[in-house]
Ligand binder design. Structure first.
Ligand code: FES
Length: 106
């Protein structure tokens, strides 16, 4: 089971989750990392769930077209959309310092 660590400020939250877990789906049913994770649409449109991957990025699938559209150059800075990630290995994330995106044009 992957260990997910979510850093927020001086605090660190960590929990083992089932293979192939989506953190926004879990937060939506008030499971880890709720209430710490900022998110919105859950569909790769709003960008509110953008996270900086601090560790474990190599185990993630390549960014899909939604992440490319919403994050653009920020992908190269280590940002990913949590709602588009299916966690299969240990990962450490934060939203500290990750600004809300400007509105995305349809
Ligand atoms: S929650 Fe809206 S893009 Fe992820």
């Amino acid at each position: 089971m992957p260990q997910v660590t979510f850093r927020k400020g001086e605090e660190e939250f960590s929990e083992a989750v089932a293979d192939n877990t989506n953190l926004v789906v879990r937060a939506g049913i008030k499971k880890f990392p709720w209430p710490h994770l900022r998110y919105g649409c859950g569909m790769g449109k709003c960008g509110k769930c953008a996270c900086r991957v601090l560790d474990g990025a190599e185990s993630l699938a390549e960014p899909n077209w939604k992440e490319q559209k919403v994050l653009g150059e920020k992908l190269a800075e280590g940002l990913r959309l949590a709602c588009q990630l299916w966690i299969v290995n240990d990962i450490t994330l934060t939203q500290d310092g990750v600004p809300l995106p400007s509105p995305v044009k349809p």
